[in-house]
Design a protein. Structure first.
Length: 352
């Protein structure tokens, strides 16, 4: 993979601050003939997305792809402008992770008109066609968190769910699945759902308010690790950041599987996470872009990399990658098996 055709700088595109990339030879290939693909990084303010950004060039090199990258910083208008830059630079494919999945359709239509295949990772657009969606089953995230907390609380008590952004398919999937699982399997558990819009400061504020009003809360489900620092700080302030054998302990389940979560599980600060595969998102987003450029097609069914391709609607296939529950003891909770936090197969233990 060559990067000499990549020139980064801050410029204005349709009055938006975006990363602007210089054109190479206009052929969609670098000087050595490697196909050029565009990858938009959705955000860089969390350890999960920093890991994804770190993995992407590694796998591009393995697959013989040259990268042009932009950063949309969780803003769909910036993403749309960045896509215009990709089109100008005549990339052969685009990987993106739109955080607002409801309004990305016009951008997808523009790429389709240019016959540029698109792979979305982590998120799935609400409308519009893409070559492949690469993500884990986010409903399973909510289900696994529910089963763990339901088991630990013995089917009774109060929990707080720090929701993501409900404008995102991920936030909706995790929220709906968690609520449905609780209603169906643990009806004596009261769930306080708090909208955080993937903002760690907001999550901490909402959790603080809930614990002040309901000091008997015994569980927290964080839909993303960006809420981790604030959650631990709030629990510490409330005298609840204690080991799992202490009666004051609040059971905490996170999502992402970043190294700090795994360390905190081992130390008894939190109790579980669902490991979202940052490494596999990078690998298979690029894998499918290369496959699209080679004219390959896929059908629903099992893959050779421990995942399942499903048809989510006409024109959209989704490769649902494995995302295991991770706990301190590697036990089974509510029928859901888990891996121990020190398991060497977890990407969070192999980021170096």
């Amino acid at each position: 993979m060559k990067t000499r055709c990549l020139r980064s700088g801050l410029g204005a595109v349709t009055a938006l601050a975006v990363t602007v990339l210089s054109a190479c030879d206009g052929s969609g290939a670098d000087a050595d003939g490697d196909p050029v693909v565009g990858v938009d990084y959705p955000r860089s303010d969390t350890d999960f997305w920093k890991a994804y950004i770190k993995y992407t060039p590694r796998f591009a090199k393995e697959l013989g792809l040259d990268l042009k990258t932009t950063h949309s910083q969780n803003d769909v208008a910036s993403l749309a402008a960045n896509v215009q830059t990709f089109i100008i630079n005549r990339v052969k494919g685009v990987a993106m992770a739109p955080q607002d999945t409801a309004v990305i359709a016009p951008t997808l239509q523009q790429l389709a008109a240019q016959k540029i295949p698109v792979v979305t990772l982590d998120t799935r657009p609400d409308t519009g066609e893409v070559y492949m969606v690469v993500r884990a089953d986010n409903r399973a995230y909510g289900e696994k968190a529910c089963r763990f907390l339901g088991t630990k609380l013995g089917g009774e008590g109060k929990v707080v769910m720090l929701e993501g952004d409900l404008a995102s398919i991920n936030g909706r999937d995790r929220t709906e699945a968690f609520n449905e699982c609780m209603k169906d399997n643990y009806p004596k558990i009261k769930v306080f759902g708090e909208k955080t819009n993937w903002d760690g400061a907001v999550a901490a504020q909402r959790l603080q308010a809930d614990l002040t009003t309901h000091p008997d809360i015994k569980g927290v489900y964080m839909q993303a690790s960006l809420a981790l620092s604030g959650t631990l700080q709030v629990l510490k302030q409330q005298g609840m950041l204690v080991g799992p054998k202490d009666k004051r302990h609040v059971f905490v389940v996170s999502n992402d599987g970043i190294p700090r979560e795994l360390k905190d599980i081992a130390q008894g600060k939190i109790d579980a996470t669902v490991s979202q595969p940052a490494d596999l998102y990078a690998k298979y987003a690029l894998y499918y872009l290369k496959a699209a450029m080679e004219g390959k097609t896929f059908k629903p069914g099992k893959t050779d990399h421990d995942s399942t391709i499903v048809r989510v609607r006409d024109g959209v296939l989704e490769d649902q990658l494995s995302a295991p529950l991770v706990t301190a003891d590697g036990g089974t909770y509510g029928g859901v098996p888990s891996l121990k936090s020190d398991d060497p197969s977890l990407w969070g233990n192999n980021l170096g």
